[in-house]
Design a binder for this molecule. Structure first.
Ligand SMILES: Nc1ncnc2c1ncn2[C@@H]1O[C@H](COP(=O)(O)OP(=O)(O)OP(=O)(O)O)[C@@H](O)[C@H]1O
Ligand SMILES: [Mg+2]
Length: 357
């Protein structure tokens, strides 16, 4: 086995075509040799959401080009690559299949291992691309499709402590943004709107805030915002509503993180406790500030991925590929795409369950 393995990672689970090449390093933090992400915002924005057929077609058109660009930028040739890793789920099946098939063909022709990666594990481990973190740690995954607190016990070993019972947080940001007339995906622009508004102007609900442990719920917020958007007229009122939404989310995450700290501490008696916040919404500066505050108050060390590693990228997929390569956890070429793939396979499906406790 190569002493400093080089992994080529591929991500095509939704609307980003991404390829990255990383190399293992003695420091424990791999070197990112290239990390190319091509987003499809312009293709989907007129539809207000991702159109699966258009997304898959764009992946097919671009994957070769993006892989070539990643290779050129990394300065390495294909014969130096130790393994090919690609997202196998969760995501849109026709999009996942493009990256998976590309990865399988490449690994067969190069005669190197093929490794399927859970996209969510990519997010979960993403800060390890720049920080040494030891297991176990508490994770808050806040992305476009997921919102969960998990105990990360090791590679492939997760215990879910809490999850959203309805919308994911990224989804709540995007839906609120849409109601305020911001084009898809609205999360990042909603944050900019919020900076210009009065966070105390509107009082919004905090669903299941005092019950349900560290489970989360955001659907009620969207309904309240829908009602309010019918009454507001000026741009300033829009900024005020965005700011009130941002503040409410920060407060919900503050309170629920405290509950998650307690849950995590019940089963993990380690002295130095780490709280990793990952996924697209972890790029939100106000949320970062609030979660640093709650971590400091409760003696957890908070760690966030670099902003450019919060959203979907292939460096995080290559990273999981590298960890699996080191323990020779390879996949067969018949591995199929899994549109639903959980981190904690034993956790109950709670979506739509209403109030659970
Ligand atoms: N600064 C920000 N503030 C709030 N939300 C943000 C910000 N930046 C990105 N987002 C949101 O993050 C989400 C995208 O994150 P990500 O790419 O991790 O999700 P995904 O891959 O679509 O879903 P998943 O990873 O759950 O399958 C979008 O909903 C987007 O609006
Ligand atoms: Mg994602």
């Amino acid at each position: 086995m190569n002493k400093s393995p080089i992994i080529l990672g591929i991500e095509t689970s939704c609307d980003e075509t991404a390829v990255s090449i990383i190399q293992d390093n003695e420091s424990g933090i791999p070197k990112i040799l290239s990390n190319i992400v091509s987003s499809q915002f312009d293709i989907h924005k007129e539809f207000g959401g991702v159109v699966p057929e258009l997304a898959a077609r764009s992946h097919v058109e671009k994957i070769n080009l993006i892989a070539k660009k990643a290779l050129d930028e990394s300065g390495i040739t294909l014969d130096k690559v130790s393994a090919i890793a690609a997202t196998s789920g969760p995501g849109l099946i026709i999009c996942l299949s493009v990256g998976l098939n590309f990865a399988k063909s490449l690994s067969s022709s190069l005669k190197v291992p093929f490794i399927g990666v859970n996209h969510l594990e990519g997010h979960a481990l993403s800060p390890k691309l720049h920080t040494n973190i030891s297991y176990p740690y508490l994770l808050l995954l806040i992305s476009g499709g997921h919102s969960q607190f998990l105990s990360v016990n090791g590679l492939g070993s997760y215990t879910r402590l809490g999850t959203t019972i309805d919308d994911a947080l990224g989804e709540a940001f995007d839906k609120t943004a849409k109601l305020l007339g911001i084009e898809f995906p609205g999360g990042p622009k909603l944050e900019k709107f919020a900076e210009k508004g009065d966070p105390n102007k509107f009082k919004l609900p905090k669903p299941i805030i005092n019950k349900g442990g560290c489970n989360l719920s955001f659907a009620g917020l969207k309904t309240a915002i829908l009602r309010l958007t019918k009454t507001i007229k000026t741009d300033q009122e829009k900024y005020d509503l965005a700011a009130s939404f941002q503040k409410t989310i920060e407060e919900i995450l503050y309170i629920k993180s405290k509950t998650a700290f307690d849950e995590f501490s019940k089963t993990n008696s380690i002295k130095d406790k780490t709280f990793v916040v990952a996924g697209g919404v972890a790029a939100n500066k106000g949320i970062r500030k609030k979660l640093i505050e709650v971590s400091d108050e409760n003696n957890f060390l908070s760690i966030f991925p670099d902003i450019k590693l919060c959203g979907d990228n292939a460096a995080m997929i290559a990273l999981v590929g590298l960890e699996k390569y080191k323990i020779k956890k390879f996949d067969n070429i018949d591995l199929s795409a899994s549109p639903r793939l959980a981190l904690d396979k034993n956790a109950k499906f709670l979506k739509g369950s209403g109030l659970i406790y």
